[in-house]
Ligand binder design. Structure first.
Ligand code: 13P
Ligand code: ZN
Length: 270
C-alpha cells in the first residue's frame, strides 16, 4: 500500500465504511463520505505540492480555498475502501477561487469525487458556522429510515417525534431533531443546495425515498447519529403493523428524560 493509505484518518475511513457496508447501509456504490482534514494530518504521508488532476465543481466554495477534504469516489463501493483506499478515495484541495478541486491523492483508476459533492461541501460550510469542530459528512441508504419514508408523512417534526418515541435514548442523542426533504433527483446541485439550507439548523437530514445524511466532529460521532436514527426507524418498522397492545414514549415521558439529562430540545418540538 502507498504511504497515504496508511495515514490514520484514511485507515479510520476504511474501518467505518466496512462497518457501514456490513450493516447494510451502503449497497453497491450507495452512500458517500467527506472528511475535512488539516494539512498537518496528511503532510507526512503525501506530497501536497503535486497536483494530479483538476476537477471542476458545479458550485464554487471560495470559503474552502486551500482546505483539504478526503472524499469517497463516485461509483465506488464502500465494501472495497479498506482494501484499496487509493482507488476508492481522493484527497482534494479546493482551488483559490473555490471553483475547482485539485486532486492530490487517490482515484487511481480515474474518476472523481462523489456526485453528491455539492451537498457535502454545502453541509460542511453550514455546520462549520454552527460548530468550528465540524469535520465529517456521511451519507448512506439505511433500510429502515428509508422504508419509513415510504409509509410515514413527509413532515420533519412528526418524523422526529415518532423516532424519539421509539427508544428512550433517541431524544438524548438527537434532541435537535431530524430534518427531511421531499423526494428530489439525487446528485444534483439543487438537492445539494436544498440540503445545505437544512444543515444550517440540523445535523441529520433524511431524503425521502433515498437515505440519510449526518454530520459531526468525527467519523464516530456521525456514525453514532446514523445508527441511532436507524435503530429508532427499525423499531418503528417492526411495530407499526402490530395488533397487540401498544406502548410508546409519550410526551410526558420524553419531558422527564429531557429534565433528568438536562438536555435542550429543539424549540417547540416537544
Ligand atoms: P456516488 O457513487 O456518486 O457517491 O453516489 C452514491 C449515492 O448515494 C448518491 O446519492
Ligand atoms: Zn445516496
Amino acid at each position: 500500500m502507498d504511504k497515504m493509505s496508511k495515514c490514520p484518518i484514511v485507515k479510520e475511513i476504511g474501518e467505518i465504511t466496512s462497518n457501514m457496508y456490513r450493516l447494510g447501509w451502503n449497497e453497491r456504490n450507495g452512500g458517500n463520505i467527506s472528511v475535512l482534514v488539516d494539512e498537518k494530518e496528511i503532510k507526512r504521508y503525501v506530497n501536497t505540492r503535486k497536483i494530479i488532476r483538476d476537477l471542476p465543481l458545479a458550485v464554487a466554495f471560495p470559503e474552502f480555498a486551500g482546505r483539504y477534504f478526503i472524499v469517497t469516489g463516485t461509483g465506488k463501493y464502500f465494501k472495497n475502501i479498506a482494501n484499496n483506499p487509493a482507488e476508492n478515495l481522493g484527497l482534494i484541495r479546493i482551488s483559490d477561487d473555490g471553483s475547482r478541486a485539485h486532486l492530490i491523492w487517490g482515484y487511481t483508476a480515474g474518476g472523481s469525487f462523489t456526485s453528491e459533492i455539492i451537498m457535502h461541501l454545502g453541509a460542511h460550510k453550514q455546520r462549520l458556522n454552527v460548530d468550528p469542530d465540524q469535520r465529517v459528512v456521511m451519507h448512506a441508504h439505511p433500510v429502515n429510515i428509508l422504508s419509513m419514508t415510504h409509509v410515514f408523512p413527509w413532515d420533519e417534526k412528526k418524523l422526529t417525534k415518532e423516532l424519539w418515541s421509539t427508544c428512550t435514548e433517541c431524544i438524548v442523542i438527537f434532541p435537535d431533531g431530524v430534518a427531511l426533504l421531499p423526494w428530489m433527483v439525487s446528485s444534483s446541485p439543487e438537492i445539494g443546495l436544498a440540503s445545505a439550507e437544512k444543515f444550517k439548523d440540523f445535523r441529520i437530514l433524511v431524503w425521502a425515498l433515498h437515505g440519510c445524511t449526518v454530520t459531526g466532529k468525527s467519523l464516530d460521532e456521525a456514525f453514532g447519529l446514523l445508527e441511532t436514527v436507524e435503530k429508532g426507524a427499525e423499531i418503528y418498522m417492526k411495530i407499526q403493523n402490530s395488533n397487540n397492545e401498544r406502548h410508546s414514549i409519550e410526551d410526558g415521558m420524553l419531558k422527564a428524560v429531557v429534565d433528568d439529562f438536562n438536555i435542550s430540545v429543539r424549540e417547540g418540538w416537544l
